[in-house]
Design a protein. Structure first.
Length: 296
C-alpha cells in the first residue's frame, strides 16, 4: 500500500469512517470490519518496513527467551510499532502480543505476532511474516474476525475479515479472492507440516507417518505458509502439535474465509486449543482421524 494511501487509511480508521472495499450481498446486516481491515494493512505496512530494514543485517541482535526460542531486535521493534499505532487508532481495544504480553480489557482484542518464523528470519530465510488479528467476544467466546498475514521478503500478503472473504495481493484495491481446493481424497492430498519433534512428544508420530504415507505429497513448509497455501488451494491439509494464539488467530480467519476449516486437534473450531488442524474442509475429518485427540 503506498505511503499516502496508508496515511489516508489511518485517518479513516481513526475517525471510524467506512469505505467498503468489497461488494457483499449480505454484508449490510453483519458487523462491518472494513475499517479494521484497512487499519490492519496500515499496521502491516509499518511492520514490513521495520522488519525488512533489519533482515539479513550483520549486526542483528538476537536473544534467547526463557522458552529457548530466539527473539530479535526486529521482533520487538515491529511489535512496538504496531502497539503504538493501535494506541492512537484504537485506544479502547485490548492487545496481546508475543513479545510484550497483554494489556487492556474489553470485547475487542488485537493479537500480534511481529515475526512468525523468527528462526528463519535470523538465518536469512525469507519465509517469515507479521501476523495481525482482531478478535471479538461473542456468545461462544472470543473469535477472530480480521486477519492479516504479511510476508514482505516473499513480497506476499494475505488477509480476510468475517463475512468479507479472503484475499491476496498488494493492496485492498488490487487483490485476488482466495478459494480452498476441492481435493476430496487423502490419497490425492498435499500435506504440510512443521517438524516431527512435536508429534513424537504427543505420541502421534506413528499416525503422522501413516498420514504421510497415505497422502499424495508431504512438505515441511512450516509456520504461517501452509495455512496460506490451504487458503490458496495449493495445499489441502496441515497440522501443528503445539502453537500459541498469536500463531493461529490471523491464519484461522484467512482459512475459514477461503472456505476451509480451522480447528484444534480436538476438533474445536478456532485458534484456542494450543495446536491446529487446517484443511480445505472436505478432508478435515480424515485429518483428525489420523492426528486428532479424540474420536471423530
Amino acid at each position: 500500500m503506498p505511503a499516502g494511501g496508508a496515511r489516508a487509511a489511518t485517518r479513516r480508521a481513526a475517525h471510524g469512517r467506512v469505505a467498503p472495499a468489497y461488494t457483499n450481498g449480505y454484508c449490510s446486516h453483519m458487523p462491518d470490519y472494513h475499517d479494521d481491515l484497512r487499519l490492519g494493512h496500515v499496521l502491516a505496512d509499518a511492520a514490513d518496513a521495520a522488519t525488512m530494514e533489519r533482515f539479513k543485517a550483520l549486526d542483528l541482535k538476537v536473544e534467547t527467551k526463557p522458552d529457548m526460542t530466539p527473539v530479535s531486535e526486529a521482533d520487538k521493534a515491529a511489535e512496538e510499532l504496531i502497539r503504538g499505532q493501535l494506541q492512537r487508532a484504537r485506544p479502547r481495544d485490548a492487545v496481546l502480543g508475543e513479545e510484550f504480553g497483554s494489556e487492556g480489557a474489553g470485547p475487542r482484542r488485537w493479537i500480534i505476532d511481529p515475526i512468525d518464523g523468527t528462526k528463519n528470519y535470523v538465518r536469512g530465510v525469507p519465509v517469515w511474516a507479521t501476523l495481525i488479528a482482531l478478535m471479538e467476544r461473542g456468545e461462544g467466546g472470543d473469535r477472530p474476525v480480521v486477519g492479516i498475514v504479511s510476508a514482505p521478503a516473499l513480497n506476499r500478503r494475505w488477509w480476510a475479515a468475517d463475512g468479507l472473504g479472503a484475499f491476496t495481493g498488494r493492496s485492498l484495491t488490487s487483490a485476488t479472492r482466495l478459494r480452498v481446493s476441492q481435493v476430496g481424497r487423502i490419497q490425492d492430498a498435499s500435506f504440510a507440516y512443521s517438524s516431527l519433534t512435536g508429534w513424537e512428544e504427543r505420541g502421534k508420530l506413528p499416525s503422522f507417518l501413516d498420514l504421510s504415507r497415505d497422502c499424495w505429497r508431504t512438505r515441511g513448509y512450516g509456520d504461517f505458509w501452509p495455512y496460506m497455501m490451504i487458503a490458496e488451494g495449493s495445499v489441502d491439509i496441515c497440522a501443528e502439535p503445539e502453537l500459541s494464539l498469536w500463531d493461529m488467530a490471523a491464519c484461522a480467519v484467512v482459512v475459514n474465509e477461503a472456505g476451509g476449516r480451522f480447528t484444534g486437534l480436538d476438533g474445536k473450531p478456532g485458534p484456542h486449543s494450543g495446536n491446529a488442524a487446517a484443511s480445505n474442509g472436505l478432508l478435515h475429518e480424515d485429518l483428525l482421524g489420523y492426528l486428532g485427540d479424540s474420536p471423530h
